[in-house]
Design a protein around this ligand. Sequence first.
Ligand code: SF4
Length: 167
Amino acid sequence: MGMLENKLPENVIFTSVDDVINLAKEYSIWYLLFATACCGIELMQTGASRYDVDRFGMIPRSSPRQSDLMIVAGTITHKMASRVKRLYEQMPNPKYVIAMGSCSSSGGPFSKFAYSVLNGIDKYIPVDVYVPGCPPRPEALINGVMLLRTRMRQERTLVVESPLLTA
Ligand code: SF4
């Protein structure tokens, strides 16, 4: 610490406000309970005692207004897509989306022959992380959450672009 060495009491640390905000976001991901097909079973298993995502500060919520993360788990039909979008719009910022499994990422096994199935929820809402698999195991979903947390850590909330630099 150079000049400040031995001049500050113990338990004093230096950090940025952005890092504090990111730490809070990273360790308090409240996810919307939202599942439409077989991937939902793996999502439930991920939240249950064996995989226990609570240890990462993740808590399921039933209301989009209390959720930071939407995990789209399962097949999404064209009819459902606008409802998914509405739920997404009801979530407060900052908000994130994980597409869990082949169906929500790309239509999966239905992509070619099922007229009713949407080929990827990213046609309606922005997706931050895609988790491959049919279905992905809980370990894969947890890995997707870890990727999302890495991304959260790099976000800058307080940076204000200078008009002189952007002109
Ligand atoms: S990706 Fe596979 S397991 Fe998941 S909802 Fe689609 S068909 Fe079911």
